[in-house]
Design a protein around this ligand. Sequence first.
Ligand code: ADP
Ligand code: GN1
Ligand code: MG
Length: 368
Amino acid sequence: MTQAKSYAGLFDIVRQFEFRGTPESMIPYGNGHINDTYLLQTGEGELAYILQRMNPSVFKSPRLLMENITGITTFLRHKIEAEGGDPDRGTLTFFPTHDGRSYYIDESGIYWRLCYFIRNTVSYDRVMRPEHFYQSARAFGHFQKQLSDYPAHTLHETIPDFHNTPARYERFERAVSSDRMNRAEEVRKEIEFLRARKEFTHTLTDMQADGRLPLRVTHNDTKLNNVLFDQATGEAVCVIDLDTVMPGLSVNDFGDSIRFGANTGAEDEQDLSRVSCDTELFRLYTKGFLEGCDGILTKNEIAMLPAAAKMMTLESGIRFLTDYLEGDVYFKIHRPGHNLDRCRAQLKLVADMEEKRDVLEQIVKELS
Ligand code: ADP
Ligand code: GN1
Ligand code: MG
């Protein structure tokens, strides 16, 4: 978490924003790998906020990123109102600073933002009940449907090539070549595994390039813990973590959810015998996602869902291994070798998806 700020410092930051209530307590919150997130409770009880320090090494253009988020959340508010929903719960509500900006820049140049804490909700780091996974699928599918008429050209590509798997692969090869931390020898097996799948990394980007897959407004980080569920009803309430909403491929949103949620083990599982692709969870997610998308997906998109699940898992394996080789500079780690554990779990999952390819393709056929 933030070393440079004391809690008193955090309260000073909060006071830069226009919001209701008297700040009372602040605690670190959630399990994201990127930002530093705090829950701010107020003396008014029912009012609470999320204060976030945006990760400066990940987000190089935080101003443009907040412009994207403001555009998207304003657009979603209208959609949610039209659907008869509550926009304060159905999407994130950010508060401006006293000078009318959607972020505050502290004295060291770090960007901060403040939004409503959506009360009586919970996020899950694992699928606790299959129903939650199904609900998250409907929510991510619906998110895509809601944004299907968003003016995509107004969005900034704040992390270029975010899901460009071949570009991720090239960066991985550069990390192997420079081997800054002297770690390449130890991960020979993983390097060979990835090299054997280099050609595959082009599958979806080639289809996008020649128009077989359409570019859409996508979330790009569809982990289960980026959805909030209502504590009472278990329904998905809100898609959060909008930092990576950019033009992208719908199938990657599907694939990243499968990678995280249909894994019978944890993302950073050390006991690889626990890692596999649960085909029933895959079926459930596919059903929910297709329902949420409500007819917007093309035939090609539907056909590529299983390949995208493998692609996002492979890409994450590439990214975790690259970060391990580069010295753990991107993802937060909580133990030595954490990124390597994450990588190994992804590669085991890729191998399992390859074995189950026919089953996964059959499931998609049955449901479409
Ligand atoms: P990161 O990019 O680091 O993953 P997130 O924006 O996903 O950051 O926030 C981290 C966690 O904080 C989420 O997984 C969720 O549990 C919690 N969280 C974030 N925003 C809210 C919110 N507005 N209301 C309730 N919980 C939230
Ligand atoms: C990061 O921010 P968070 O924890 O939801 C990462 C994703 C990875 C994920 C792996 C901006 O997601 O791309 O898939 O970790 N977000 C960014 O767990 O790089
Ligand atoms: Mg997150």
